[in-house]
Design a protein around this ligand. Structure first.
Ligand SMILES: [Zn+2]
Length: 435
């Protein structure tokens, strides 16, 4: 006892001001209320894990780095709001807006903000007058005596890379690194630790810890694989968890309050195995209530699959479905739009909803063969003067970077009322068996 006391007295003053905190984090839960087919994830199981961690923890925070909605029928059918209601049970200390929060158009985000009983931070999504979309750019929360500033961020190419004019409305993202630098400087005066909660590209997360010395920690979302290892630059760290709640990530820190620096860090993942971690009853009750509402609509058999198709294998089938159902000559499905694999066995409409959760509608254009770009033509032969039909999901036909990469700038597409998801469902029904 006496020895310990002496040791403490000999340490420099600053070292005595070291406190422990823990940042629990998730990202890209994507409305996966239930565990997946490998029995991983599920909001009720995740809730149990979070509650267990909080119990034994001094200075615990739990944050979510964006893309809470979109990915299952419950989200699509009810425009995301139920997911915010169930997420209230997870009691995030902060959540930031991801690109998919815009999927039901920018007009739905105020509805989310109203439903959320947790704070939402976002510092770089602004309208044409520079007004923030979120109620606040950052918040400061004191845990175990450490004042932690949490800044919300979205990727710089939010609009160009992921949204369409209809979904983005007047909103755009300011350059993420510069904007974080600005707010981090401001927040650092009032906080001992600055955390960026970013729905951003990993390279942007790396750049923030390299270029912005005022930021101590970056907690990322968007990349569903997450980071394999924590990245560290001069005592500043970046982490990112797997999507869909398949694990809960835990960043244990020692913070020097005087120096406003990290003394140590340890990053671990807790797998959310539904068989091992019991569902929290109160959360499961809400999950069941919503899932029951959608079951009648989507748990109907539409066909059978003799094998499993992963996303890359299912993509050509979507293209085939678009060509045949839309009676078109050319089409293209963006690989990022295929959101789930198709398991072997009975195909239910639900599977197609999981593969295609977006309410993307078909658009068509009639063009002369000479005007069809190589990216659409692939190895098909065309007659220069003949007229052909192109059918594309509206996302592909109107998102800036998709339009550029396909080379369809200037081609005018007409809207239809036909949902891509229904195109796939109808096509699967006609095939009866996929192999
Ligand atoms: Zn995302």
């Amino acid at each position: 006892m006496r020895y310990l006391f002496l040791l403490a007295a000999l340490l420099p003053a600053a070292a005595q001001d070291v406190r422990k905190i823990t940042i629990l984090h998730s990202n890209d839960l994507h409305a996966r209320l239930l565990p997946d087919s490998n029995q991983l994830g599920g909001f009720a199981h995740l809730a149990t894990a979070v509650r267990n961690e909080r119990k034994g923890c001094t200075g615990c925070l739990y944050v979510h780095a964006g893309d809470l909605v979109q990915g299952t029928p419950v989200s699509t059918l009810f425009k995301g709001t139920p997911v915010y209601h169930v997420a209230n049970k997870l009691k995030f200390d902060a959540h930031t807006l991801g690109n998919h929060e815009f999927d039901y158009a920018y007009t739905q985000i105020p509805v989310f903000l109203k439903a959320a009983k947790f704070p939402v931070v976002s510092a770089n999504i602004v309208d044409e007058r520079g007004k923030l979309m979120a109620p606040r750019p950052y918040l400061i929360k004191k845990v175990n005596g450490v004042r932690v500033a949490i800044l919300g961020a979205a990727m710089t190419d939010l609009v160009q890379g992921f949204l369409t004019p209809r979904t983005a409305g007047p909103y755009r993202a300011l350059p993420v690194v510069e904007t974080m630098a600005k707010y981090a400087k401001e927040a650092r005066g009032k906080a001992d630790l600055v955390v960026v909660l970013g729905h951003i590209h990993q390279k942007e997360g790396s750049q923030i810890i390299q270029d912005v010395p005022e930021v101590n920690v970056v907690v990322e979302g968007h990349n569903h694989a997450g980071r394999k290892e924590l990245e560290q630059v001069d005592g500043r760290v970046a982490v990112g968890c797997q999507g869909y709640g398949r694990d809960l990530c835990k960043l244990e820190l020692e913070v020097d309050r005087k120096q406003k620096k990290l003394v140590s860090w340890k990053w671990t993942r807790i797998p959310i195995e539904a068989k091992r971690i019991a569902a929290a009853k109160d959360v499961q009750k809400q999950v069941d209530k919503w899932e029951k509402k959608v079951a009648e609509m989507v748990d109907v058999k539409i066909g059978e699959s003799r094998r499993e198709f992963n996303q890359a294998e299912f993509r050509p089938l979507i293209e085939k479905a678009m060509l045949e159902e839309m009676k078109a000559d050319f089409t293209h499905m963006n690989s990022g739009g295929v959101r789930d694999r198709l398991p072997r066995g009975e195909i239910r409409a639900r599977h197609i909803w999981n593969i295609m959760p977006f309410d993307n509608r078909m658009m068509t254009a009639k063009v002369k063969g000479a005007a069809i770009p190589a990216a659409l033509r692939k190895d098909k032969r065309v007659e220069a003067e003949r007229e052909y039909t192109i059918a594309l999901p509206d996302y592909v036909a109107t998102n800036e970077s998709q339009v550029k990469s396909l080379g369809i700038v200037g081609i005018r597409f007409a809207e239809t009322d036909i949902y891509l998801r229904d195109v796939i469902i109808e096509w699967v029904k006609k095939q009866k068996v996929l192999q």
